[in-house]
Design a protein around this ligand. Structure first.
Ligand SMILES: Nc1ncnc2c1ncn2[C@@H]1O[C@H](COP(=O)(O)OP(=O)(O)OP(=O)(O)O)[C@@H](O)[C@H]1O
Ligand SMILES: [Mg+2]
Length: 198
């Protein structure tokens, strides 16, 4: 896939299919563990994304293989490509995909990318992705969180709903406000860290 926002859009569909009514999207930049030393001349960073849901989760054996369809015998299901493609994007950019799932509790998918890898895909239009997700799924509680050194942003649709009282979350003006607010958040948090918020 061309960018991270397209992966997010796709991976979140799994959470929706799993019946989640709360979905947390987190994007942050953190120093790589192995380069984080006090005297290190240059610290490298990972760009991390995480999707956490409270959906039906996966059986442990299934979860182990969900991101590696070609390693399974594939007798009990069709091969999905959403998780394997995200894993591929992460690994091509010096990162990894980590999947944790608990049956009847939920699922956490974390993907990270070396910020400076020439093969790292760009962030893409995360704000428009969030807008579309809220528009299509106003009954899901969406929590969006961004962070980088010293900067943080959070948007929670339950908080917005409280303020709105009778106005629905998928009202056009509200959706446009959400998109703008998320865009401002991205610029504030990642503006100085990712080149041109790439
Ligand atoms: N958040 C989740 N909660 C519960 N099950 C999940 C979740 N994400 C993935 N799965 C399970 O893992 C399978 C593989 O997911 P993946 O996104 O790779 O493929 P898919 O959704 O089946 O097909 P595609 O995404 O290619 O349309 C899903 O079919 C589903 O059974
Ligand atoms: Mg999928």
């Amino acid at each position: 896939m061309k960018d991270i926002s397209l992966h997010l859009m796709d991976i979140v569909q799994n959470s929706i299919s799993a019946g989640a009514d709360k979905i947390i999207l987190r994007i942050w930049v953190e120093p790589k563990q192995d380069t984080y030393q006090e005297n290190s001349a240059k610290i490298s960073y990972n760009l991390c994304c995480e999707i956490i849901d409270n959906g039906r989760g996966m059986e442990p054996e299934f979860a182990k293989k969900a991101a590696d369809p070609f390693k399974t015998t594939r007798k009990t299901r069709n091969i999905g490509m959403g998780l394997p493609l995200l894993k591929l994007s992460a690994e091509m950019a010096g990162g990894e995909l980590i999947l944790e799932s608990e049956l009847n509790k939920g699922t956490r998918i974390k993907a990270f990318f070396d910020v400076d890898s020439i093969d790292r895909i760009p962030l893409g239009d995360v704000a428009s992705t969030v807008k579309m997700l809220v528009m299509a799924n106003p009954d899901i509680t969406w929590n969006i969180w961004f962070s980088s050194s010293g900067e943080e942003f959070e948007l929670d649709t339950d908080e917005i709903k409280k303020e709105l009282e009778d106005i629905p979350l998928n009202n056009n003006a509200v959706l446009d406000w959400i998109e703008k607010t998320v865009n401002d958040g991205i610029r504030k948090v990642f503006g100085g860290v990712l080149d041109e918020v790439r």
